[in-house]
Each structure stands twice: as structure tokens, then as C-alpha cells.
Ligand binder design. Structure first.
Ligand SMILES: [Zn+2]
Length: 63
């Protein structure tokens, strides 16, 4: 399992990014839940999970 961090360049939200090779690969893309910015297009080689860790300054999101 690979771990990493990602930051949305648009709104500053921070994410923990986890990559699991033992799970079915992700397809499609992941967008920032706060502003909709494209963070990653999945290439289908690994399962990728994002978790929001730093909320953006602009609070428009609702969970
Ligand atoms: Zn964002």
C-alpha cells in the first residue's frame, strides 16, 4: 500500500491519498469535493482512495 498527500491547487484542501494494489483498480477520475477541481485521472493500475484531511478556507462543502 502506498500513502501520499495531495493538495488541491484551486482551493487548498488537503487529502490523504492511499493506493491499494490488492483491490480492484479505480477507474475514471477524482475531483475535489469542495471546488470540483480535477485531482487525478486514474490509469487503472491501482485502487486509489482519497480522504479529505484539510478543509479548504472557502467553506462550500457539505458532507
Ligand atoms: Zn478544491
Amino acid at each position: 500500500m502506498k500513502k501520499g498527500d495531495a493538495i488541491c491547487s484551486e482551493c487548498g484542501a488537503g487529502f490523504r491519498r492511499l493506493e491499494h494494489t490488492s483491490m480492484p483498480p479505480s477507474r475514471g477520475e477524482y475531483r475535489c469535493p469542495a471546488c470540483g477541481m480535477l485531482l487525478e485521472k486514474f490509469d487503472g493500475t491501482a485502487f486509489v482512495a482519497y480522504r479529505l484531511t484539510i478543509h479548504p478556507l472557502v467553506r462550500e462543502m457539505r458532507e
